[in-house]
Ligand binder design. Structure first.
Ligand code: NAD
Ligand code: UFG
Length: 345
């Protein structure tokens, strides 16, 4: 029997790539997304890639009536919960919006799942839950918390809520996926990351410089205690991350309780290394200046991803060059993101 998965936030960057991986693995996907940070065109493109339909409910996860309707109309087997706000800097300006969407939204979803008897959940968490004092590489057994912005705190809070919920309900099965730094795009060039306004994240910014939308990159600090002075992060290909969700769904199938998994490559790459790798993959020079450090940035962190390998059978297969080639293809072929096209079929 085909298993139906409710994907909250499925029109977003990681959600849309995960839809492709789900459909390719034989799952059926139902999406709820408010489109507050995405476009319905992403869903049309997913259908073009896979040739399979995605059932879409436009709306907010805090709309309990809509969630009930979705869970009643579809025999939902499990949920992948991406929906939420994700801009670290903005979360300090608008903390209430972040707690509302990320924490209250998750509570409404959990209540609806409980009432409908849906017992399996994969949650989009983040390496940010390890906080500012954790030693590297981050391993799942480290204590979490000590987060430094409302976004990170909201992820940490939802992890706590899910742990308590699973402890109280012996049937609940939850995978907490702690992503490191997803980059890249589907190799078709049809879907990718499409940030609104000025990109906060490194790769979308570089890609917009390459395509002429931004003048130059600002590298936030070159005086960190790293080999070249710029920060180290664990960048992983979004298609590897997408497959991680399929593995997690398979894993929670016959488990109960809550389990956290780091999804990363296990390797720290510097900002300057990324710039060089992108230039090499695209053939386009990326002008940059060194700017002051960005508040809240940690010098270096990467994953110990051995638990995902041993428990889920998952490793990040795609290398840095592929991440850059695919980022560039997406940006080059969609210089205005999804905006340039009004509707597609
Ligand atoms: P995204 O903004 O592209 O996707 C989130 C989607 O959720 C968007 O389509 C948005 O419209 C939708 N959404 C937001 N609030 C909603 C609500 N209340 N109801 C319904 N839909 C809503 O972000 P992404 O990069 O794809 O991230 C997906 C998830 O992964 C998020 O929870 C994010 O916090 C988490 N995460 C992302 C990263 C990263 O670097 N991209 C790293 C760690 C964790
Ligand atoms: N950077 C620049 N210039 C830019 C943008 C970024 O130099 O214009 C640098 C940052 O200072 C940092 C590195 O590039 O050293 C990566 O920055 P990103 O903003 O791309 O990623 P972060 O590691 O800061 O944060 C990301 C997600 C968070 C998540 C975190 C851990 O945005 O949601 O990874 O998973 F919490």
């Amino acid at each position: 029997m085909v298993r139906k998965v409710l994907v909250t936030g499925g029109a977003g960057y990681i959600g849309s790539h995960t839809l492709v991986a789900l459909q390719e693995a034989g799952f059926e996907a139902v999406v709820i997304d408010s489109l507050c940070n995405s476009s319905e065109i992403a869903l049309q493109r997913v259908q073009r890639i896979t040739g399979k339909p995605v059932r879409f409910y436009p709306g907010d996860i805090r709309d309990r009536r809509l969630l009930d309707q979705i869970l009643t109309e579809n025999k939902i087997h499990s949920v992948i919960h991406f929906a939420g706000l994700k801009a670290v800097g903005e979360s300090s300006q608008k903390p209430i919006d972040y707690y509302q969407s990320n924490v209250a939204g998750s509570l409404v979803l959990l209540e609806a799942m409980q009432e409908a008897g849906v017992k399996r959940l994969v949650f989009s968490s983040s390496a940010t839950v390890y906080g500012s004092e954790a030693p590297v590489p981050y391993v799942e057994t480290l204590q979490t918390g000590n987060t430094s912005n409302p976004y990170g705190t909201s992820k940490w809070m939802v992890e706590q809520i899910l742990q308590d919920a699973a402890a109280a309900n012996q049937e609940l099965s939850v995978a907490l996926l702690r992503y490191f730094n997803p980059v890249g795009a589907h190799p078709s060039g049809l879907i990718g990351e499409d940030p609104q306004g000025i990109p906060n994240n490194l790769l979308p910014y570089i890609a917009q410089v390459a395509v002429g939308k931004r003048k130059e990159l600002s590298i936030f600090g070159d005086d960190y205690p790293t080999s070249d002075g710029t920060c180290l992060r664990d960048y992983l290909h979004v298609m590897d991350l997408a497959i991680g969700h399929v593995r997690a769904l398979e894993w929670i199938e016959d488990k109960v309780g809550t389990e956290a998994f780091n999804l990363g490559t296990g390797r720290g790459i510097s900002v300057l290394e990324i710039v060089r790798a992108f230039e090499q993959a695209s053939g386009v020079p990326i002008p940059y200046t060194v700017a002051p450090r960005r508040a809240g940035d940690l010098p270096a962190f990467w994953a110990d991803a051995s638990k995902a390998k041993s428990e889920l059978g998952w490793v990040a297969d795609l290398g840095l060059e592929q991440m850059m080639v695919d980022t560039w293809r997406w940006q080059r072929e969609n210089p205005q993101g999804y905006n340039a096209t009004h509707s597609e079929s």
